[in-house]
Design a protein around this ligand. Structure first.
Ligand code: SF4
Ligand code: SF4
Length: 193
């Protein structure tokens, strides 16, 4: 068969030499490799007793941000769901009623918003796609849970708390370019605390 890449190798079964047939040299060289690894610096750590330092922009569990007045920023545009390569995000949009302005910042909001954490690959595409700076990944780790259903996180888990101390500071995730862009008057409404 003609090769397209010239990377294929023809493998031939060759006769073993006398030393190879003894097996002992191969066993000893294998044991020597194991012994050498005893004295090498270990690549693993004893988690959970030890933990590594995480990057400030670690991509962990998502948060749906509120604005400065505490209203949900998400307008259920669906761009995060479209951008998601794992198809982990689903939502149902609803129209804001009169008197709900303090709950939802835009006229349309997500009545339900779900992320399937078993599908999510924590790529951050949803965060980048969001025009309202409503969704961010955080340094929080997703808990270990027992059933598949529990990994579908709804708004009760994703929307950030109204308590200031429990809110996530996402400004560390901002690149200088994005920070500069937000100083533009026209986009001032998108400033996230
Ligand atoms: S981080 Fe990536 S995979 Fe996870 S929900 Fe966002 S876009 Fe989808
Ligand atoms: S999180 Fe952002 S991108 Fe996703 S639906 Fe809400 S506003 Fe749109």
């Amino acid at each position: 068969m003609q090769s397209l890449t010239n990377r294929s190798k023809i493998v031939a079964k060759k006769e073993m030499t006398f030393t190879e047939r003894l097996y002992l040299p191969a066993i000893f060289s294998g044991m020597l490799i194991t012994l050498r690894h005893f004295f090498k610096r270990k690549a693993t750590i004893k988690y959970p007793e030890q933990t590594r330092e995480f990057s400030k922009i670690y991509r962990g569990q998502h948060v749906l941000k509120r604005d400065e007045a505490g209203a949900e920023r998400c307008t259920a545009c669906g761009l995060c769901a479209v951008a998601c390569p794992a198809e982990a995000i689903t939502m149902v949009a609803a129209e804001r009623k009169r008197g709900e302005e303090h709950l939802y910042r835009e006229e349309k909001y997500a009545a339900t918003y779900e992320i399937n954490m078993l599908r999510c690959i924590f790529c951050g595409d949803c965060e980048e796609a969001c025009p309202k700076e409503a969704i961010f990944l955080t340094d929080r780790k997703v808990d270990s849970l027992y059933t598949r259903g529990e990994f579908v996180f709804g708004k009760n888990i994703l929307v950030e708390s109204l308590i200031k101390e429990k809110q996530v500071d996402v400004t560390v995730r901002e690149t200088p370019d994005v920070a500069g862009f937000k100083k533009h008057k026209e986009y001032a409404h998108n400033i996230v605390k």
